[in-house]
Design a protein around this ligand. Sequence first.
Ligand code: GCB
Length: 630
Amino acid sequence: MKSAFLRLAGALCAAAVYCCAAAQQPPVDVQLAGQPAAGPRADAAMPQLQNIYGRSHVSLNGRWNYIIDPYEMGYYDYRHTPFDASESGKGGFYDDRKPRDKGDWVEYNFDLSPTMKIPGDWNSQAEKLQLYEGTIWLRQSFEADPKPGKHYVLYFGAVNYEAHVYLNGKKLGAHKGGFTPFQFDVTGKLAKGHNFVVVKADNTRHQDEIPTVNTDWWNYGGITRDVLLAELPATYIADYKVQLAKGNLKRIEGYVQLAGAQPSQAVTVSIPEAGIKTTVHTDASGRAALSIPVAKMAYWTPEHPKLYQVELAGGGDQVQDRIGFRTIETRGQDILLNGKSIFLRGIALHDENPLIPGRLRGEGDMRMMLQWARELNCNYVRLAHYPHSEEMLRLADEMGILVWAEVPVYWTISWNNPDTFKNANAQLTDLMVRDKNRASVIVWSIGNETPVSAPRNVFMGKLAATAHALDDTRLVAAALEVHRVGNEVEVADPLADQLDLASFNEYAGWYWASNKEMLNYHFNIKYNKPVVITEFGADALAGYHADADTRWSEEYQDALYKNQFKMLAAIPGLRGMTPWILVDFRSPRRQHPYFQDFWNRKGLISDDGKKKQAFFTLKRYYDEMQKKYQ
Ligand code: GCB
């Protein structure tokens, strides 16, 4: 049944929505049992809905009006008390009701303010915002025709970093964390007809947040991913996991979670192409475990990334997904995909488009990045250093590219602050909740280059425990650091005991030792685990040619890659790598006026899409490794 239950006003087009069976129940509170609790940074947000794109929804993307507010005029009064905290709330930029009360004197006007494209970081949309860090208010208007008995969910794919969200002048809640989705239950809060949503987005960096003040990437602010309004029936499928059991090619295990009016129901899970159809009954909390034998199935691999249509139906709701089935394990120093030893031919990438400034804006941009990885003959990518979008993971599923997924626990976090830990733990949980059905994801990474110390070991150890507890079917890892003792490069980190890989960054030939000297070094890795090099690399300005001893030249970068391959060949447990990095990327730390000019030049592809020499060297190496592991 097709019903246009919502129409976007203004520049947005009317969108058709496919509604599920109409169970006419009064709206009830959304409360999901059995899901990890949202962290303290998600004030009043509801738990994540699995597969938002598979629900009846309209997009609130498009052009949003915005107001730059460096002094947070729209949030605090002149005594620096939040308007939110006052009874009338008057003065805040979120109260955009028209006509205004007589005598109201307001110093803002969304209608006369400029617009920017959402999803989209603000830095790349106006020159004066390129380096802006602070608050911007954004507003979108839309029309709705909410139906009784339905649930409505306002979803944000990501807002960097802190978001305060208001619907029709009333606060829905706040969220911290720039790369994970959050949503609000807006049942009973939508008006028939005109509605408006206002977001205060603030990308100010703080020492106690995740990430902290110091990173090597651009701090893109704003609503960087989709904004959607979804309609759900009175009882709905809130979450599900449908994956092969740990190391077991013959059994699917997981769960289904209903929420809403009548959470105790029969739910049918079918995978028609695999001849699977099972009915389970959810308990009073809406949950049922799944354990389904598999007779015959084409397992997901990079060579044959088979995705099955999976259908879940129950309680008047139904959701479809495309899911691949594979196992991933380690045995000694081997990584086993569906029981077979593999070599991870990888490359690292940021969520940034070098050609059209800003974050990746949609499937076309994402396909370009993964296609470049494919041209390198990669079967694997490291999506550094924070969760990339759900669409990226779905594309990796479709294109057959294995993924290392990561949270922005980067460098010098405030290890002793319990709120900082809660925040990191919540971001990790949200990533894992979102992407748990993606075959491409084989590694959850809990952080990058975090310096060993007692409080750090406790903090990171707890994150590792969270990752293992939430998902025993994937590998848990971190990009560790190395230390040099004489000519030995040591990997000795107590955290490694809790990780599945001996994975580390090493900048031989760039941050230490010259290109030639690096061949005198050898690795001392104390762990009987697969070794995966998470980073090595060198800056090269595309088109700058010199000899192999001249830094910044393509020749230097190329020679470094060749020497790395020689050096790494001596590691018996080497099972993969993600050199740093696919494409040059923007970073405020990179100040050299000629070679960098705010770009980190370690890309194998330049900021205008040209392949550097080392690109072809890495491809040749991967061609050889592919033959070796066939
Ligand atoms: C690293 C970091 C990465 C940097 C890179 C570099 O170790 O993990 O985020 O961009 O080095 O280029 O220095």
